[in-house]
Design a protein around this ligand. Structure first.
Ligand code: PEP
Ligand code: MN
Length: 360
């Protein structure tokens, strides 16, 4: 992907982060026009709205379909904003292009599916509209190759105005985030393709209004090129993703509080690598602390059943299999042993605390 073209739009300062905002879903002409007018008044130049909505379960609001395209056309006409919508198949792509939508984005469920990606790419290749921009969200699972593959399919179809969107990754269980961000993945993408614009979607990462501002700041601090944020004229009544949408007024306030840093210094690659190390270390610590939590649960179980803390067979198995795995992953035997023994010692210490009733 050597000839990616910068995402320039007439009337938008290319030195500033690209801001795309609008409701999760187009619900009615009135909702679209009200939201768009307010966003335009707040200086937003690119309007997003989902028309075909991929819902996890049946029975949710699945979008207004083609009717919404006419509303987007009106937004363009009345506010001068560029428009963006999600496409997931051939028909969506054809219809959105015919309706003059400026930016197509591909959702996380679609970018995880190479068949759907190829179908969209083939459609784009047939039409090949010159000024069309295509943004590809990361797939739901944290697989950089799948994300790169999705981007390559679009690029190979002849589209040069492309960009990536980090919207976090699905995980099992409850988390602070709706879709956990794994910043090292977009950073790796940046290292591989320095010219590829990367945009952050704090709405789908956080899933909560109050996380939009800190996530957006984090994205800017890490050199992201823009944001795509969900904004609705009446967020509490939104038919989809109500808890993560903000009014245009609040969005404007948030955007004004964000600090945009100058990332043009010569040590950019080094900074990115260091940021990558910081993130990975944080992840390591988080994983270690989760492991200690499970150890304490085991301690409680052993206490209840009057079992000894250390069971030699299990201990030896753990060390042997993990050292081998570590070696296969390119790490030295001594290093693996030291790390594993240290982790094991701390687990034992925590379990003994539990057994002696010194911890909960
Ligand atoms: C959306 O942007 O409304 C959307 C459905 O996003 P994602 O594909 O990230 O879930
Ligand atoms: Mn949404």
């Amino acid at each position: 992907m050597d000839s990616i073209t910068p995402l320039s739009f007439s009337g938008i300062d290319p030195r500033k982060p690209l801001i795309i905002a609008g409701p999760c879903s187009a619900e009615s002409e009135r909702q679209i026009m009200d939201t768009a007018t307010q966003l335009a008044a707040a200086g937003i130049k690119i309007f997003r709205a989902g028309i075909w909505k991929p819902r996890t379960k049946p029975g949710g609001f699945e979008g207004v379909g083609q009717d919404g395209l006419e509303w987007l056309r009106k937004v363009r006409e009345h506010t001068g904003m560029f428009t963006a919508t999600e496409v997931a198949n051939r028909l969506h792509t054809q219809q959105a292009i015919e309706a003059g939508v400026d930016i197509l984005w591909i959702g996380a469920r679609t970018s995880a599916n190479p068949f759907a990606m190829q179908e969209i790419a083939d459609t784009l290749q047939q039409v090949n509209p010159e000024n069309l921009t295509v943004l590809v969200k990361n797939p739901v699972n944290p697989d950089i190759e799948l994300w790169v593959g999705a981007l390559q399919r679009i690029y190979n179809a002849g589209v040069r105005r492309i960009g990536a969107i980090h919207r976090g990754f699905s995980t099992y269980g409850k988390h602070l985030y709706r879709n956990v961000p794994q910043w090292h993945i977009p950073i790796e993408l940046r290292l591989r393709y320095p010219n590829l614009p990367i945009i952050c979607d704090p709405s789908h990462i956080g899933g909560k209004r109050e996380l939009i501002a800190p996530l957006s700041q984090q994205a800017f601090d890490m050199g992201f090129n823009g944001l795509i944020v969900e904004s609705h004229c009446d967020p509490d009544c939104a038919l989809s993703d109500a808890s993560q949408q903000v009014t245009p007024e609040i969005l404007n306030f948030i955007l004004n509080t964000l600090v945009i840093r100058d990332s043009r210094q010569t040590t950019e690659s080094l900074t990115l690598l260091r940021q990558q190390i910081d993130r990975i270390d944080n992840e390591l610590l988080e994983i270690l602390s989760r492991r200690m939590g499970v150890s304490r649960d085991i301690g409680r179980y052993k206490k209840e059943h009057r079992m000894p803390v250390v069971q030699a067979g299990r201990y030896n198995d753990i060390i042997r299999s993990r050292v081998k795995l570590g070696e296969e992953m390119g790490m030295g035997q001594e290093f693996m042993k030291t790390i594993l023994l240290a982790i094991h010692d701390e687990s034992v210490r925590q379990q003994i605390e539990i057994i002696n009733d010194r911890a909960q």
